[in-house]
Design a protein around this ligand. Structure first.
Ligand code: NAI
Ligand code: MG
Length: 326
């Protein structure tokens, strides 16, 4: 198993070191292919994403990405495009011992990652600017199928499409239509759809109702950060960018320059990110081992300052690694 490792900038490097320490506690012995990207790389080499890094990702079975700084948008957007990573997966799962709004959540947001307003086709007009919103049938089908397959594999019974087809009749009309077309291939699965504004409210008032949400790029971006807020915030939120051939796993947070270099970043998001990767590589048992060890560590309060503890990033990782059961 070859895993490309891109630590990146700031706390990206610290949480990556912590996560690799935990990963090395398993009997997997993967080959790590180190690569660089981000601000420091830009400064040293003149590019934030060298060709060599792209080659290494292409060679690997999977990629772990820490965080980049100011160049993050360029790096990750370019990688999503280069490898056609069409699905952005954001699990929302409450963790024990973590102060949060809801201690009992377990759902996932599947966000379309390649089109919508994020195609970046904007132009100035005489009185402001306009942006093009691109929603294709093929991308809508592909993301819907991904959501149903994921739901089936993970044992969910319901998939909810989120859109605004009452106002965006054509674009979101296409998305909703293709969602239900795909849904008809999964008669054992419940399919429903909600408006995005109502969903934003239900995420606050009754988030326990959700299982798998699937939505377009912009709505998914916003709703998934809202959802991360329900379970304790950025230091705890993992994500995956998945394509047909490649996949890149990264925590939701950035390089956090204010706390970088102090060994106080919470490694939880990056460690959960590695469990997502392991599941994607069909190493479900290994993913569960890490999840359990992490939960024990959190329950015992052996955590970083953001969660009220006094451990450093690496010390917390060491406690998690110690609790991995053979
Ligand atoms: P950020 O996620 O780096 O930090 C936001 C807040 O959360 C800060 O107060 C930070 O201290 C805290 N935080 C984040 N991760 C944490 C962790 N693991 N443990 C404890 N506290 C944590 O986002 P911000 O401040 O908006 O951006 C900082 C830099 O990161 C910018 O240069 C931005 O471009 C980049 N960025 C990169 C991303 C990526 O590589 N995918 C994503 C988001 C931002
Ligand atoms: Mg975002």
């Amino acid at each position: 198993m070859k895993i490309a490792v891109i630590p990146g900038d700031g706390i990206g490097k610290e949480v990556m070191e912590a996560a690799l320490h935990v990963l090395k506690g398993l009997d997997l012995d993967p080959e790590f292919l180190y690569a660089e990207a981000g601000d420091e790389c830009l400064e040293r080499t003149g590019t934030a994403l060298p060709d060599e890094t792209i080659e290494i990702i292409g060679e690997a079975d999977s990629t772990l990405f820490g965080a980049a700084g100011e160049s993050a948008a360029d790096v990750i957007v370019k990688l999503r495009r280069e490898f056609d990573l069409f699905a952005n997966l954001r699990p929302v799962k409450s963790l024990p011992g973590v102060p949060c709004l809801y201690p009992d959540l377990d759902f996932v947001i599947v966000r379309e990652n390649t089109e919508d307003l994020y195609v970046g086709d904007e132009e100035f007009t005489a009185d402001g600017a306009v942006a093009r919103r691109v929603i294709t049938r093929s991308a809508s089908r592909r993301i819907s199928r991904f959501a149903f397959e994921y739901a089936k594999r993970e044992g969910w019974s319901r998939v909810t499409a989120v859109h605004k087809a009452n106002v965006l009749k054509k674009t979101d009309g296409v998305f909703r239509e293709e969602f239900y077309r795909v849904a008809s291939d999964y008669p054992e699965m419940e399919a429903e759809d909600y408006y995005v504004d109502a969903t934003a409210m239900y995420l606050i008032t009754q988030p326990q109702e959700f299982q798998v949400l699937v939505t377009t790029n912009l709505f998914g971006d916003i709703l998934s950060d809202e959802a991360a807020g329900l379970i304790g915030g950025l230091g705890l939120a993992p994500s995956a960018n998945i394509g047909e051939k490649n996949a890149i796993f990264e925590p939701v947070h950035g390089s956090a320059p204010q706390i970088a270099g102090k060994n106080i970043a919470n490694p939880t998001a990056m460690i959960l990110t590695t469990t997502l990767m392991l599941k994607h590589l069909n190493k479900t048992q290994e993913a569960q081992k890490i999840q359990k060890a992490l939960e024990k560590t959190l329950e015992e309060g052996l955590v970083t300052p953001d969660l009220g503890g006094s451990l450093g990033t690496m010390e917390m990782a060491a406690e998690i690694a110690k609790r991995i059961e053979g």
